[in-house]
Design a protein around this ligand. Structure first.
Ligand SMILES: [Zn+2]
Length: 432
């Protein structure tokens, strides 16, 4: 039996009023609806597919149409104000996103009465794999694969950055891929809105270390969307070389590996670094850049590939290429053509041939507003707002879903927990 079930009682009550017997005349009209469910023997068992710092994800069946979907459990949401606000922000984002290369919420499970409201369950599209699994697998990755993956990553990142959202944890494991090579950026647990005010400090507890931008490693308290482009550059190199580009044991060694490749940066390029980090850099003997090493990543590291890669792996975030400009690079032309010829949902086949969309890389029309966060002054307040927000999202025609505690997998689902701190990336180096 499935973990997710339909909220029968609520649905029936909407039609028959409280306490109406199920054999009441109107019940018959709703029965065929419930019977659209595929036969029990065809339903795959629910199973866990991943977990991280902020949630557990299961592959389950939507009882309304028999489709496989991903169910993310966000436990202990209201433990403290920071965690409650983070979850509210993530949910708002997931419900707002409308882009083929960004994962969005298909549904949120009906919350219990507010007194019992502790966990949140979000349903998203199910993707078969992710870029990390693909990179470490023995399956071949052709130059066409690399181009179409990078194109989609940048297409999604452009959309997020237009919405003024910094993802802050772009890594291969957060780039989901389906069997048709369609890629979606996921996990917005660390995402936040770009902060134009440089005096406002942002947390440094971001981005898995291997993909962490040099300005964050050097203790910058304010950074921009360029941190995501750095991560994309590292992933581009990893796709070419099939190994992590900067695989260090500590944040200091991470910085050393970066300067081995890019050379010691001039002082101007360390404008946002803290004094301790600058002093560390200046104590080291100066290193010359060795960007030609990028040609040795693989035979697919052509001039065009290395040119684009070296525009992403720029030490100074202000000089790093933007997602929009990267998409205009000639290296990505073939990826764009392939994506829109047979993979996208924005272009269509008509009898006369392929009808292409007018905008290959659409922007987000409404920047994400974080004004709502100002009034979130206590966990109690967030709980109340979040509860209302989820109920608002459910005002559609679809039958709401809820957890089925009688299901076979429920016990194991209920006890599945988030990642242990020892499995998380190391914290930033304390410079001063
Ligand atoms: Zn298209």
């Amino acid at each position: 039996m499935a973990v997710v079930s339909q909220r029968h009682t609520r649905h029936m009550m909407a039609f028959h009023g409280s306490g109406a017997p199920q054999h009441a005349i109107l019940a018959a009209a709703t029965v065929p609806y419930y019977q659209t469910v595929i036969p029990a023997q065809d339903v795959q068992p629910d199973r866990p597919i991943g977990y991280g710092a902020f949630g557990v994800v299961w592959s389950v069946t939507d009882p309304r149409d028999g489709k496989r979907v991903a169910l993310k459990k966000m436990p202990n949401v209201f433990q403290n104000l920071i965690s409650a606000k983070r979850v509210y922000r993530e949910l708002k984002m997931l419900c707002m996103f409308k882009h083929e290369n960004v994962l969005s919420a298909l549904d949120i499970l009906q919350p219990p009465h507010i007194d019992f409201f502790e966990e949140i369950y979000v349903v998203t599209e199910l993707m078969q794999s992710d870029l990390h699994k693909i990179i470490v697998s023995p399956q071949p990755l052709t130059s066409d694969h690399v181009k179409v993956f990078l194109y989609q990553i940048l297409r999604g990142v452009k959309y997020l950055h237009c919405a003024r959202i910094l993802h802050r944890d772009i890594k291969p494991g957060n780039l989901l891929v389906n069997s048709n090579c369609v890629l979606k950026i996921c996990d917005f647990g660390l995402a936040r809105v770009e902060e134009p005010d440089e005096t406002i400090h942002l947390t440094q507890e971001v981005v898995t270390q291997y993909y962490r931008a040099p300005e964050i490693l050097m203790g910058a308290t304010h950074y921009s969307s360029a941190v995501d482009i750095w991560s994309v550059g590292c992933i581009f190199a990893e796709l070419l070389g099939r190994r992590i580009l900067f695989q260090a044991q500590s944040p200091i060694q991470q910085l050393d590996l970066i300067t081995d490749l890019l050379g010691t940066p001039p002082l101007d390029d360390m404008r946002t670094a803290c004094q301790g980090a600058k002093a560390h850099m200046l104590r080291q003997p100066p290193k010359p850049p060795s960007l030609t090493a990028l040609y040795t990543l693989s035979s697919q590291a052509t001039h065009e590939a290395v040119h684009l890669l070296s525009r992403m792996l720029v030490f100074n975030p202000e000089k790093r290429i933007s997602a929009t400009d990267a998409l205009a690079h000639p290296y990505l032309e073939e990826g764009r053509l392939r994506y829109h010829s047979c993979m996208c949902k924005c272009c269509h086949n008509i009898p006369a041939g392929r009808q292409y969309t007018v905008d290959f890389e659409p922007v987000c029309l409404h920047p994400f507003s974080y004004a709502f966060e100002d009034e979130l002054t206590s966990t109690h307040r967030v709980k109340d707002k979040l509860h209302k927000f989820i109920l608002e999202q459910q005002q559609g025609n679809r039958v709401p879903l809820c957890i089925n505690p009688n299901s076979v997998a429920f016990k194991s689902f209920a006890s599945s927990s988030v990642a242990h701190p020892s499995e998380l990336p190391p914290s930033p180096h304390v410079w001063d």
